[in-house]
Design a protein around this ligand. Structure first.
Ligand SMILES: [Zn+2]
Length: 153
C-alpha cells in the first residue's frame, strides 16, 4: 500500500494507465467560486517511452501559443518532468469534451505550423533545443489515437 501523498499524480499508479489519454487531475476552487481544472494529457506510456526534449519543447511552445486561439481561459500548459505528457490548467470550464476539442484543434495547428513560435534567445530559455518535425510527429501520433483519449486505464 502506497502512502497517501500531497500531489495527486503521485497517488496515480503509472503502471496501470494506458497512454495516450486526457484525465481530469483535479479542480481547485477559489474563494469567489472560480475554478481551475487541471488535466493530465498523457502522450507516452510511462516508463516505456518518453518524448525527446527538443520535440517536447517545441510542442510546448506550439500548444501554449495556439491553444489560446481556441480557448480564452487557458491558465497554463506545462510539460511533465518525466517527458511523458503535459499538464493543462483551464479556468471555469468543466466541459471535458470541449477540452478534448481544444486539444485536437491545437494539435492540428501544430501540423500546419511553418515554425516554432518564440524559438529564439530573447523569448525562450533554451532556444537551441527545438524540433518542429519532432513536435509534428508527436501531434500526428496523438491525433491518430484521438478515439483513445477518454480511456485512462
Ligand atoms: Zn522555450
Amino acid at each position: 500500500m502506497m502512502t497517501q501523498m500531497n500531489v495527486e499524480s503521485f497517488n496515480l499508479d503509472h503502471t496501470k494507465v494506458k497512454a495516450p489519454y486526457v484525465r481530469l487531475v483535479g479542480v481547485t476552487e477559489g474563494a469567489k467560486g472560480d475554478k481551475i481544472y487541471k488535466y493530465d494529457l498523457r502522450i507516452k506510456q510511462p516508463n516505456q517511452e518518453h518524448m525527446e526534449m527538443p520535440a517536447l519543447h517545441s510542442l510546448e511552445h506550439l500548444m501554449a501559443e495556439n491553444s489560446r486561439n481556441h480557448h480564452d481561459r487557458i491558465v497554463d500548459i506545462g510539460p511533465m518532468g518525466c517527458q511523458t505528457g503535459f499538464y493543462i490548467a483551464i479556468l471555469n470550464d468543466d466541459d471535458y469534451e470541449n477540452i478534448l476539442d481544444v486539444i485536437e484543434k491545437t494539435l492540428n495547428d501544430v501540423l500546419e505550423a511553418d515554425e516554432v513560435p518564440a524559438c529564439n534567445e530573447v523569448q525562450c530559455g533554451f532556444a537551441a533545443s527545438h524540433s518542429l518535425e519532432g513536435a509534428k510527429e508527436l501531434a500526428r501520433e496523438l491525433l491518430s489515437k484521438r478515439n483513445e483519449w477518454t480511456e485512462v486505464f
